[in-house]
Design a protein around this ligand. Structure first.
Ligand code: HEC
Ligand code: HEC
Length: 346
């Protein structure tokens, strides 16, 4: 029996990308322990991001500390992190817009009317805006993936070899159905108990990766348990895993929380939380303006445009780094970043 488990484990190790088991090793965790601390120090955007609560009157905070790349000692041009999301392409205006209504039709609420109301309220009754920022709507696991993971792992989860590992192997490892099938194909006759042990280990490793990050991957400890389940449901879809009970799970989100997801999972890879903006710093020295400077120095439409189209290549000629395009973030989602930054830094 022991030998059997060993064989199965050895097999599972070859199943997942080679980095899978390695990434769960203590060494890797230790390396992250130091690096992750700035992320851990990050305050929650809304103290109570719980389910179906009346909007709490908590102050809105935002991401803190230096960018993830600064943390790793990398520059934008030395890595593909943050640049894998859309292949750097500019959206074709004749293309269908990315799915605007987060969640499924028929589900209560979507981000769009919330942002509309926010815009109107800011002009007339600004004191009501925090409440609207915290209003709940329904989002899906695919949204969580887009906000938090796509910038590095790409739309299909395959990443950018060799720097950014694919998420697909580790997710496939969590499926009993797939694992059994693959073992049978190799002539290994494993009983259910063994399969369970292997897949539970894979599941634990995946969750650990989200909780603690990796050598070069930030931690996602700010994800709630229900968000993690919905996210894994989407990862299973990407990985071709037969649908599980996590398939299609929906979660309550708010504009403030969307802002937090996208900033933490995407913008904060390159942008410091606070510090000078473009107006104060010389962009020629390669200074990337802070997130806090954005609502201070830019109109909403300016930020929407920058995010959906990226910077023009002329920036390269002035020696500055170039920002990729993120056409897969909707206007409303970018507005959510803008308004939560605005509310947090007021
Ligand atoms: C800032 C870039 C970045 C973001 C954002 C990111 N990752 Fe990663 N991820 C990496 C890198 C780089 C690796 C390779 C291992 C390492 O260096 O930590 C990795 C590895 C992984 C692995 C392990 C792959 C293996 O072979 O073991 C999984 C699983 C994973 N990421 C899932 C996710 C999920 C889910 C999200 C979103 C919640 C996410 N990642 C967001 C950069 C990122
Ligand atoms: C891969 C790195 C990277 C990521 C990720 C990134 N940016 Fe940038 N961003 C840059 C760089 C480099 C510049 C400076 C060059 C420029 O202005 O185009 C910049 C500039 C900007 C500017 C123009 C600022 C100014 O004052 O001219 C805005 C607005 C902006 N980013 C917003 C965002 C938002 C919002 C996000 C998250 C959705 C984001 N960025 C994600 C690299 C990045």
């Amino acid at each position: 029996m022991n030998r059997m488990i060993y064989v199965v484990f050895a097999f599972a190790a070859s199943l997942a990308a080679a980095g899978f088991w390695l990434s769960a090793s203590g060494q890797d965790m230790q390396a992250n322990g130091g690096k992750g601390s700035a992320q851990l120090a990050t305050k929650m955007l809304i103290a109570n991001a719980g389910v179906k609560t009346e909007a709490p009157a908590t102050p809105i905070a935002s991401v803190q500390g230096p960018s993830w790349l600064k943390h790793l000692g990398l520059t934008v041009s030395q890595t593909r992190m943050g640049q894998a999301g859309a292949g750097g392409s500019v959206p074709n205006t004749s293309d269908k817009k990315p799915e605007l209504m987060v969640g499924t039709s028929g589900q209560p609420g979507s981000l769009k009317p919330i942002v509309r109301r926010l815009l109107a309220t800011l002009r007339t009754r600004p004191e009501e805006s925090p409440e609207i920022l915290n209003e709940k709507f329904t989002a899906a696991g695919s949204d969580l993936y887009r906000w938090n993971c796509q910038g590095c792992h790409g739309p299909d989860g395959s990443g950018v070899a060799p720097e950014i590992n694919s998420v697909l192997g580790p997710v496939q490892g969590t499926s009993a159905v797939l694992t059994k099938k693959r073992m049978e194909a190799r002539g290994i006759d494993a009983d259910d108990e063994v399969i369970n042990q292997v897949t539970e280990l894979a599941e634990a490793s995946l969750r650990d990766r989200l909780q603690h990050g990796g050598k070069s991957m930030p931690s996602f400890e700010y994800l709630r348990a229900d968000e993690v389940d919905a996210l894994i449901g989407h990862l299973e879809k990407l990985a071709g895993v037969p649908p599980t009970k996590r398939n299609g799970l929906l979660v309550p989100e708010s504009a403030a929380r969307v802002g937090e997801h996208i900033e933490r999972g995407t913008c904060h890879i390159c942008h410091d939380a606070t510090g000078p903006g473009a107006g104060q710093a010389s962009m020629k020295q390669g200074t990337i303006p802070s997130l806090a400077s954005l609502p201070r120095e830019h109109s909403l439409s300016g930020v929407v445009h920058q995010v959906q189209y990226g910077s023009c290549d002329v920036m390269k000629m002035t020696g500055g780094d170039v920002m990729p395009a993120y056409p897969y973030f909707t206007e409303e989602e970018i507005a959510a970043i803008y308004f939560s930054e605005y509310a947090a830094r007021r």
